[in-house]
Design a protein around this ligand. Structure first.
Ligand code: 5AD
Ligand code: SF4
Length: 594
């Protein structure tokens, strides 16, 4: 019997991509998808552990499912991703509603786990005695209890502390790579925009961060695999690709030491290299550096109009990468390069490996290479900041404000420090900044960033910009969500960094702190809806991105919207809000309604 899956994703772009890959895999095996959890008999949550808040959402979803599962015992509930990895079997003890756990490093095993979980539940229910006839069933009940305890073993695949990805990978096949390699690519899956993973895991061990523990050690994918995936996406109509990695600019693949298993080149363990260089010291014929990889994708996949990458680690960002961006017109002049704090003392406590001065030196260097507004190619930069890290004083916080003013981000994600069990900061540092102070610093910094964002956005007013249309704005999506969905889908319905994707309907990434959904939503709700276009007819508000990843909102006749989504169109910028530019479509140069 075909099973119907609902999958909801929390967290970062990497999680969104994971869900998309899982979804493609399950669809190929005959699973159907629903937009509504209540219509699905398999409910999967792809979770995030980076901050406690994200985990709380999952706990509350699981709590709700408890009641449903009592009514519908065949329901299969799975927790995927970082929370599964971090909480492990404690999660099942706390939430017996969960049938299946699968860490982010084990997602290739999900189909088998799911199949087992579905069978286990079905056979358990089939074995359950339906009638308790007098005198004849005590034996059966005993038998049933034995079956139940035997079979109620949950389906679990976790990396544990010894990451299988961190081994040399030479001996065993990295089956997670097969998940990326088997990616189902069809024009229906992408509204013109897609993520491609280049590295997995992280070796940095910032003291506050769970990622090295949940995703394991850094592993780099073979460049041919990445380029082929980009080509397949381009063939399916993708115009915009965002390369993903926790420290994406550290990508490097050394061909001389590449291992092959069953004819497939294996991903390679990341090697650390030390700061101070301006060029990847390993660059040469036998090495594909990050600069080489960008240039290769640019040159070998010309149909991709926009190539981006997130997230960059500020240290060791070589001039070679900046030169490649400068010299290759379809590589976006946009960097997401988190500083985390403007205080050297706090940066050291965070184990970030650079000083404020070094960070700002990099920002200056990047601008010197890439900020060319006079030829219509400005550089935009986005940041991340954590406020209220243990021992952060008012002076530390003031230093962060200075950094924000100097860096002039186009936007910055600001997080309150969230102590994460298992991290060095959790174990060794007191979470001593009161919640009220964290909250005040958070809103103070947001207000400052809003001012800066509005100033940065103001520089575009009056200009005509080419924007990539991602889809309906959040305002329109909310309207649409109030109407019944026609069918379950497994598709990206917006592009990287915005609303996330809908797989099987759950607003995957709805809680993504790294997505701009909340921002877009705030703006879209705030902006006045144009109910009718000049000359009559309904209008809808579309959301688009500039090359520099600025959000642009504009109204178009509803009949025209479909012809614009997934395309790059010219828009004249009319005004600016702190978090988005408001524009008007240049109709003379836009595709007409289909
Ligand atoms: N508390 C608050 N923010 C965190 N981040 C990572 N770990 C934590 C934590 N424990 C933030 C960092 C990172 C982003 C993905 O999430 O700013 O860049
Ligand atoms: Fe976490 Fe630091 Fe790695 Fe980013 S670089 S994923 S913050 S450990």
């Amino acid at each position: 019997m075909a099973r119907t899956v609902y999958i909801e994703t929390f967290g970062c772009q990497m999680n969104e991509l994971d869900s998309q890959l899982v979804c493609g895999q399950l669809r190929a095996l005959g699973y159907a998808f629903s937009d509504h959890p209540e219509l699905a008999d398999v409910v999967l949550y792809n979770t995030c552990s980076v901050r406690e808040h994200a985990e709380q959402k999952v706990w509350s979803r699981l709590g709700e499912l408890k009641f449903r599962k009592a009514r519908e015992p065949h329901l299969v509930v799975g927790v995927l991703g970082c929370m599964a990895e971090r909480d492990g079997e404690d999660l099942i003890r706390r939430m017996p509603v969960v049938d299946l756990l699968c860490g982010p490093g084990e997602l290739d095993k999900l189909p088998a786990l799911l199949d087992n979980a579905v069978r286990t539940r079905s056979s358990l229910l089939a074995d359950e005695p339906t009638e308790a006839g007098p005198g004849d069933n005590s034996e059966r009940f005993d038998e049933y209890a034995a079956v139940r305890s035997l079979r109620s073993a949950r389906q679990v695949a976790l990396q544990g502390n010894s990451s299988r990805r961190s081994a040399t990978l030479a001996a065993a096949q990295d089956t997670l790579e097969l998940l990326d390699l088997s990616r189902a690519v069809s024009p229906d899956d992408h509204a013109g925009s897609a993520y491609v993973r280049v590295t997995r895991g992280c070796n940095k061990f910032c003291t506050y961060c769970v990622v090295p523990f949940t995703r394991g050690a850094e592993v780099h994918r073979p460049p041919d695999h990445i380029v082929d995936e980009c080509k397949r996406l381009a063939d399916a109509g993708v115009l915009e690709i965002t390369l993903l990695g926790q420290t994406v600019n550290h990508y490097r693949f050394e061909h001389g030491s590449a291992a092959t298993v069953n004819g497939i080149v294996q991903p390679q363990k990341g090697r650390s290299y030390h700061g101070g260089h301006r060029r990847d010291p390993f660059r040469g014929e036998l090495t594909t550096t990050f600069a080489d990889l960008l240039a290769r994708i640019h040159d070998e996949v010309p149909a991709v109009q926009r190539l981006r990458f997130v997230t960059s680690y500020p240290r060791d960002f070589g001039d070679d990468v900046l030169e490649v961006i400068r010299d290759h017109p379809r590589i976006c002049r946009f960097l997401h390069v988190p500083a985390q704090s403007g205080s050297n003392r706090i940066l050291q406590a965070m184990n970030r490996g650079y000083t404020v001065e070094e960070y700002l030196e990099f920002i200056d260097r990047a601008r010197a290479y890439l900020h060319q507004p006079e030829i219509g190619r400005p550089l935009t930069i986005a940041g991340d900041i954590i406020v209220g890290f243990p021992s952060e004083t008012d002076d530390d916080f003031e230093a962060t404000k200075v950094l924000l003013r100097t860096a002039r981000y186009k936007n910055c994600f600001i997080f309150k420090y969230s102590p994460r069990p298992g991290t060095p900061a959790y174990d060794k540092l007191d979470d001593d900044v009161p919640e009220s102070v964290k909250r005040a610093r958070n809103s103070d910094l947001l207000a400052l960033q809003n001012e800066i964002s509005e100033e940065v956005g103001g520089e575009y007013v009056g200009q005509r910009l080419d924007v990539f249309v991602q889809g309906l704005s959040q305002r329109e999506r909310k309207k649409a969500a109030r109407q019944p969905a026609a069918s379950g889908a497994c598709a990206v319905d917006s592009a990287p960094g915005i609303v996330g994707l809908t797989i099987g309907g759950g607003a995957i990434g709805a809680s993504a702190q790294h997505s701009f959904s909340a921002i877009t939503s705030a703006i879209a709700v705030e902006s006045e809806p144009g109910d009718s276009a000049e000359g009559g007819g309904e209008t809808v508000q579309l959301s688009a991105r500039t090359e520099g990843d600025l959000i642009v909102l504009f109204d178009v006749p509803a009949v025209q919207s479909e012809s614009l989504i997934g395309h790059i169109v010219p828009v004249r910028i009319e005004s600016t809000r702190p978090l988005a530019l408001m524009g008007e479509l240049d109709q003379a140069h836009a595709p007409a309604a289909i």
